[in-house]
Design a protein around this ligand. Sequence first.
Ligand code: NDP
Length: 447
Amino acid sequence: MFNSPYLKRVYQDLLTKSGHEPEFLQAVNEFLASMDLLVDSDPEIERLGIIERLVEPERMIIFRVPWLDDQGKIHVNRGFRVQYNSAIGPYKGGIRFDRSVNQSIMKFLAFEQTFKNALTGLPMGGAKGGADFDPVGKSDNEIMRFCQSFMAELYRHLGENTDVPAGDFGVGAREIGFMFGYYKKLKNEFTGVFTGKGLSYGGSLVRPQATGFGVCYFALEMLKDLRNEDFTNKKIIITGSGNVGSFCAVKAKALGGKVIAMNDISGMVYDEKGLDVDLVVELKAKHLNLDAYAKMHPQVKFSHNLKDIWDIPGDLVFPCATQNEIGMEEAKKLVDNKTLLVCEGANMPTTNEATQYLLEHGVLFAPGKAANAGGVATSGLEMSQNAMRFSWTFAEVDQRLKDIMKNIYQNVYQTSLKMGQPGNLVVGANVAGFLKVYEAMKAQGVI
Ligand code: NDP
């Protein structure tokens, strides 16, 4: 919680306006809880209305997305783009297609993205977008028609110096290809307006792997620095096995860990001897689920209840699926199972209450805002390569990614020390991200 009367007032006003947006309120609440000390020591923050401005997106675009299915029936979805904050660079943030998408989820993601992007050290503002469209079970043609209809509205709000989207939940290489292609047709120009593009049309090596790899690089820095430990022989548990989860598994194994359990919507697989992580990547590339893995490896334990994963003891736990996967029940199990580290690959997978519980019980905790910034950082590298019309090698991009994750860790950790809360990286990430955005907002006047 926060004690500053200023923060309380801002939050009260927000409750009045956005009381129906639980995820957004949760993200703001977590952020404000890190701000007390700063707000007390710098009256300019209140005088300039910085927090009021930060809890209000600069712009929100909400639009109708009509599309035709393969049977000739018309469906209508709701599209969103939240252009949250452009103080330090053009808006940047992924697009999510999932039936759960709504204004609250879009705003929380865009709010967090603003500080995450600031932490990368690259000039990128914060945004997020998406639609309540469920890609599951849709044909390639249906996906294409949906992406084109989505882009028919969104294209006018994008631009390489204005707003540069990327993928997220439900939006991978196929969807980016369709959206980029349609943008190019409508604008009649070939610019780096999307990241996560295919290699043949301006994508960057390592971008597909970047979030998952970056999560492991961050966790490694933290383990080395705070516990003199690494991944060797550690039992690893990963939730979600999509883009972030599957490449997190690949890197965790490469660093010497043993990935013993993963889940997805179909259920959970568990193998004490270690899962075949390359097979998980292969299956996901074919849009297949872990139940297919279990059929190919009958010796593994498979449960349709994906929550069974929380009963398995592991040393390093990477929630890489979705928001609020870890509540108090799961946090208690993690503490009982003597988990060494929880490192968030997903955005806000841990509730505020559960985060607090883990921190109080000595579990190393890496917040997504910092730990999963490797994806957007590599998107920033893709934008640089596009601007230079040049491509770096896999090793060059990977090295830059490692350096960025190391710098983020150091910045966040040092900030936690300055705030008098050593090792509390939630506070470290919120304050370090805020300070960069604040400086830029102060310099740019009231806009
Ligand atoms: P994907 O769509 O590629 O993968 C999501 C995975 O989570 C899928 O395996 C899906 O199962 C699974 N899943 C969905 N809901 C649940 C659930 N309730 N429990 C367990 N598994 C579940 O998305 P991403 O990997 O791209 O994104 C995952 C998270 O990481 C999101 O929070 C996203 O915002 C965040 N993130 C992503 C970045 C990126 O670069 N992609 C960057 C930074 C953060 P199934 O395969 O069966 O559908």
